[in-house]
Write a protein that binds this ligand. Structure first.
Ligand SMILES: Nc1ncnc2c1ncn2[C@@H]1O[C@H](COP(=O)(O)OP(=O)(O)OP(=O)(O)O)[C@@H](O)[C@H]1O
Length: 352
């Protein structure tokens, strides 16, 4: 795909723990295009945050083992150990992050202003990449850049509709509300002028009336600025409101990817259909699919969803289904729910 900004291809990784090796992602794939909002949805524990963490490079190094696959951001291999300088120039600058809980991501002992100044010192779009590396305290922050950065901060705080930005910068994190903190997080994610924002359930910690405002703000700012957003969420209602495409994860694998209208009108993987059926009226969380996720320590050969699927056959037990692509619609299933995809499957299987 020519317009791909981020490509995750066949990513398999996990953690070594007391119970053995936990296969958290197994042959996971996803693509992000410039300027789009992609929803990454699925039940709790299916690997959404782990995939986000792998892209951001924040998974615990001591227990993490990458067993295969690639993450490519705009031509940069984000997994290679030989590429750390290029990766550093991407993380926090070209790829930024909005956390689930804005309170724990701000340091309680520094004012908001001090924390934004620190962010801009290192991640401002005016900071020249590369150069000589000095210890943090000796790294200069020239006055002219500091002034231009501050102007940009004020403009951004206005854009995210935070009143009295001058006063806000003097406050400590505990002195502002959850909604204001999350607006601040959106501002901080946008300030480096990234190409991609990873938003990991950015509204879960907020009051339900504030959630829609925050997501609407994220959508409009991202669209205005042409920034891609990867939104991990349990909430299919929110994904419907703001996403262009949706990828469904199940047990560490992407099982279906489709444009948002097609996703809701023609769910094609049996798991997606069950997810949509399980929605309480009016949208909301995902509960109520009988059965459990398979063990991460000993995932079944074949399809991961087999034990919960009414369409399961012998083939599903024996080998993993491959991705079958319709136009712009990818599903990992031997028995998809729609004829167009089934036809594609038949053609592909016949040609093997
Ligand atoms: N460092 C780690 N060591 C061992 N297991 C881990 C580690 N990090 C995550 N896991 C496990 O990986 C699985 C997937 O977790 P992950 O947080 O990626 O899922 P998720 O889909 O984002 O869930 P949620 O929606 O609840 O945040 C979980 O079972 C989790 O316990």
């Amino acid at each position: 795909m020519t317009d791909a900004l981020l490509t995750v291809d066949g990513l398999s990784l996990g953690f070594r723990g007391e119970g053995g090796f936990a296969h958290i992602l197994s042959d996971a794939n996803m693509t992000m295009r410039r300027g789009e909002i992609m929803g990454l949805v699925g039940e709790s524990g299916c690997g959404k945050s782990t995939l986000a963490g792998a892209i951001l490079g924040v998974l615990p190094r001591t227990s993490l083992q990458v067993r295969g696959g690639t993450i490519n951001f705009d031509g940069i291999d984000m997994l290679s150990g030989a590429n750390t300088r290029a990766q550093e120039s991407v993380r926090g600058r070209r790829v930024t992050f909005i956390p689930q809980d804005p309170f724990t991501s701000l340091n309680p002992v520094f004012t908001i202003g001090q924390q934004i100044t620190e962010l801009m010192k290192w991640k401002s779009p005016r900071r020249a990449p590369g150069g000589v590396r000095l210890p943090a305290l000796m790294t200069p922050y020239p006055r002219a850049r500091r002034r231009a950065d501050r102007d940009q901060v004020m403009e951004m705080l206005n854009l995210v509709q935070l009143p009295n930005p001058e006063r806000l910068l003097k406050k400590y994190p505990h002195e502002v509300s959850g909604g204001q903190r999350q607006r601040l997080m959106i501002a901080m994610a946008l300030l480096p002028e990234p190409d991609l924002i990873i938003a990991d359930e950015p509204t879960t910690a907020l009051d339900v009336t504030i959630q829609a405002q925050i997501l609407g703000l994220l959508r409009s700012l991202a669209t205005d600025r042409g920034v891609a957003v990867m939104l991990t969420t349990h909430d299919l209602g929110s994904a419907y409101e703001i996403c262009d495409r949706i990828t469904v994860m199940y047990a560490g694998q992407d099982v279906e990817t489709a444009p948002v209208a097609e996703f809701f009108n023609r769910p094609t993987h049996p798991y997606t259909a069950k997810l949509l059926d399980s929605l309480p009226e009016g949208g909301g969380g995902m509960t109520g699919i009988p059965g459990e996720l398979p063990s991460f320590y000993a995932p079944p050969p074949g399809c991961r969803f087999q034990t919960r699927c009414e369409r399961m056959t012998e083939a599903c037990k024996q080998r993993p289904p491959s991705d079958i692509a319709g136009p712009d619609h990818v599903v990992r299933c031997f028995h998809p729910l729609h004829a167009t995809i089934t036809d594609a499957l038949a053609t592909k299987e016949a040609s093997l």
